[in-house]
Design a protein around this ligand. Structure first.
Ligand SMILES: [Fe+2]
Length: 258
């Protein structure tokens, strides 16, 4: 029997300043969208390369403390991109950064979970994940090559049984969006965005869900969940110049312009 109980409802106010009318950017209509077939791929071929990477390099746990003293047991990954100056490029993307530098989970997730006036949000900054790592090749590179926007933090992420990514927001869509392709899953893996709970199938498609709204992910099953998690900077290039400004978020998600 599933036992994990997570809710993402009733926590919208603290990040409303990211969106209209505080800014010109309207909140997207949908909370989850399957990307067009243009981005679809051969799941078995992708799975073979991902498992090959897992076997040859290994996934590392996410740090909880940036000094590395505490690590997550149920959440691991490896990076397809890294910062240009990374010491350990393959695992650089397991660290969290704001514009002001590296964050502990306590600086980002925990301050969002507060039930007090101190509840706040520190948007993640991930545009400096610009360099492909040594595993960015082969079929993965071919599939990711269909995206036209700058690819920023891009990872393979494994959530073990009973793993929970607690409710949080990451960044508004006009900074980046995050799209996922599910490589391995089970019937009890769930995503939830502000009360809308859904499953994402491992079906050779990419899906966007709104990581700029309060969301959570959990694995209540008995097998690992593995995703390809891809950040795209769809509204500005790496130098900050505007791109795609004539197309709304709802429309770009169903286009081949991502
Ligand atoms: Fe997230």
């Amino acid at each position: 029997m599933p036992i994990i109980d997570v809710t993402t409802e009733g926590n919208e106010e603290f990040y409303k300043g990211w969106y209209y009318p505080s800014t010109e950017w309207k909140i997207p209509g949908p909370k989850v969208v399957k990307l067009p077939d243009y981005y679809s791929f051969d799941l078995e071929k992708m799975k073979a390369q991902v498992l090959d990477i897992k076997n040859n390099y290994g996934f590392e746990p996410f740090p909880i403390k940036k000094d590395g003293t505490k690590k997550r047991r149920t959440y691991k990954g490896i990076g397809l991109t890294a910062r240009p100056d990374a010491n350990n490029p393959l695992y650089d993307s397991l660290h969290l950064y704001s514009k002001d530098g590296e964050l502990d989970i306590t600086d980002s997730f925990d301050v969002q979970a507060l039930d007090t006036a101190d509840k706040t949000v520190v948007p993640l900054y991930e545009k400096h994940f610009s360099e492909p790592t040594e595993i960015f090749k082969g079929y993965i590179a071919e599939v990711l090559g269909k995206f036209k926007s700058p690819l920023t933090k891009t990872r393979i992420l494994e959530l073990s049984p009973k793993g929970i990514i607690t409710p949080h927001v990451d960044f508004p869509y006009y900074e980046q969006i995050r799209v996922h392709a599910v490589i391995e899953t089970n019937d009890d893996v769930y995503w939830e965005v502000e009360g809308e709970k859904f499953r994402i199938p491992a079906d050779g498609n990419f899906y966007w869900f709104d990581t700029g709204r309060y969301h959570a992910v959990w694995n209540d099953g008995k097998t690992d969940r593995i995703v390809l998690s891809v950040n795209l900077s769809i509204y500005s290039d790496r130098d900050g110049n505007p791109i795609n400004r004539d197309i709304s978020i709802d429309d770009i998600l169903i286009s081949d312009k991502l």
